[in-house]
Design a protein around this ligand. Structure first.
Ligand SMILES: NC(=O)c1ccc[n+]([C@@H]2O[C@H](COP(=O)([O-])OP(=O)(O)OC[C@H]3O[C@@H](n4cnc5c(N)ncnc54)[C@H](OP(=O)(O)O)[C@@H]3O)[C@@H](O)[C@H]2O)c1
Length: 418
């Protein structure tokens, strides 16, 4: 491939009314980099339902995921920043050129990139330190900072250059930290005043089972005085075996018939329901069951929207838009967990050292434990192959036993130095 040519996966913006045809747009990489910019070769990136959700919420005002990276101007493809959006992805890259004295070409970095070969990012010189540099996005709210930070691998205590660990990092890092801070958030309120059972929907999703893993870990190792809590997963029939085999849930139930399970009918337990599926009719059923069976529900947490497809205008997406989670069928408050907001608060309460220590401990545990969970890395290289793989995801969803790692580069160029 001509190294000045860029290839980017672009999706029509819902507001453009241009349908849903995904395009691999060609554009040119700038030869003259403006002052205070870096040019990064995006080597490879992870892809999971989380990215589908980013796309689905691309233009939703509370999230604005399409406002992180502009689509290129590629008139011959009918692509422009006003008609198309680019879905953010977490990946590893290499700095190819820099107009900041403190950032050098050849440096390995991890960050919130795009499905593209090259990305140009604006960085303020005052936002460069040994560990990270921060992309200038003054048009976005301040709490989006975690998305703007590009981690410098050479000083990252969590970095390991082995290709497998890089793959696991791209796959789990964005999801695991959500689960981690969500568990921290629940723990800060002693699980909403002492809940002993946690019910999690879309239990086969990585965000969901990492949460189950962390809830169990809190009781087993982190805080032995913490009361024992049981975690119950809800999943679809096709993902039941996978979810049971994870060994992270005390019980795994199919969506169908959840009302009849013995564990869902035991009195004198207080529950929290963590909704990762974002399926309205499931949520109605769950809340009706709690009410009918007279079970105590201390809280419902909206954590994900796995049921959302890129083009859906579902009522769940509308709720995220309005930031309003009160359901008529819900006997308790429906709270939304959005990691950047909670992390911003914890940064004020905890020292940087404390946060680093907590995270390092949790991450090294994850990197050991996740290898027994039956998630197999599936790599796809080359722009057209990635487009096909994306279209497969849209049609069939992501099987939970597949860890998708994609690169817009052909296989022999993925890690090539330019
Ligand atoms: N709040 C936050 O800050 C935050 C941060 C990270 C992630 N999340 C959210 O957490 C969710 C899970 O993300 P992930 O990357 O962990 O997921 P993942 O591992 O890719 O999850 C795969 C699972 O999602 C369900 N699923 C996938 N596609 C589906 C479809 N089209 N229809 C119905 N179910 C489908 C299935 O689970 P079942 O069969 O078990 O239902 C499937 O096994 C996403 O919605 C993501 O946005 C939120």
């Amino acid at each position: 491939m001509d190294t000045r040519l860029n290839l980017t996966i672009c999706h029509p913006r819902p507001s453009s009314g241009q349908g849903s045809n995904t395009v691999v747009a060609e554009s040119l990489v700038p030869t003259d980099l403006p002052a205070n910019h870096v040019l990064i070769k995006v080597d490879r990136f992870g892809y999971s339902t989380n990215n589908v959700t980013y796309q689905a919420l691309g233009e939703v005002p509370h999230f604005r995921y399409f406002d992180f990276h502009e689509a290129p101007n590629a008139p011959e493809y009918g692509v422009s920043p006003t008609t198309h959006g680019v879905t953010p992805v977490w990946g590893f890259g290499t700095v190819v050129a820099s107009t900041l004295p403190a950032i050098h070409s050849g440096e390995r970095v991890y960050g919130y990139f795009a499905p593209t070969c090259f990305i140009v990012l604006s960085v303020s010189p005052s936002d460069v330190n040994r560990y990270a540099f921060t992309v200038s996005r003054p048009h976005l709210p301040k709490d989006r900072r975690p998305y703007n930070q590009i981690t410098r691998c050479s000083t990252d205590p969590l970095y390991d250059q082995s290709p497998l660990v890089e793959d696991l990092t791209m796959l789990y890092r964005p999801l695991f930290w959500t689960s981690f801070w969500c568990e921290d958030w629940l723990n800060t309120s002693q699980y909403r005043g002492g809940a002993s059972r946690i019910l999690i929907s879309s239990a086969s999703a990585k965000t969901a089972f990492c949460l189950a893993y962390l809830i169990r870990k809190r009781g087993d190792t982190l805080d032995k005085t913490s009361p024992t809590r049981q975690v119950v997963g809800l999943t679809s029939r096709k993902n039941l075996e996978f979810t049971k085999n994870l060994g992270l849930y005390d019980h795994v139930l199919e969506y169908d018939g959840l009302e009849n399970a013995a564990v869902m009918n035991e009195p004198s337990q207080t529950w929290i329901y963590v909704d990762v599926a974002g399926n309205e009719s499931l949520n109605s059923r769950v809340h009706s069951h709690f009410s009918d069976a007279k079970l105590s529900l201390a809280g419902t947490v909206a954590l994900g929207l796995t049921n959302l497809s890129p083009s859906s205008k579902s009522p769940s997406a509308e709720k995220w838009t309005r930031n309003d989670f009160s359901l008529q069928s819900a006997p308790s408050t429906f709270e939304q967990f959005f990691m950047p907001e909670w992390l911003a608060r914890r940064r004020k309460e905890l020292s940087v050292g404390e946060i680093t220590r907590m995270q390092k401990h949790a991450w090294s545990g994850l990197m050991q434990d996740c290898r027994t969970w039956g998630v197999v890395i599936r790599r796809v290289c080359g722009a057209q192959n990635v487009k096909r793989a994306y279209e497969e995801v849209v049609r069939f969803g992501i099987p939970p036993d597949q860890g998708l790692i994609w690169s817009m580069w052909e296989e022999d160029a993925v890690n090539a130095r330019l």
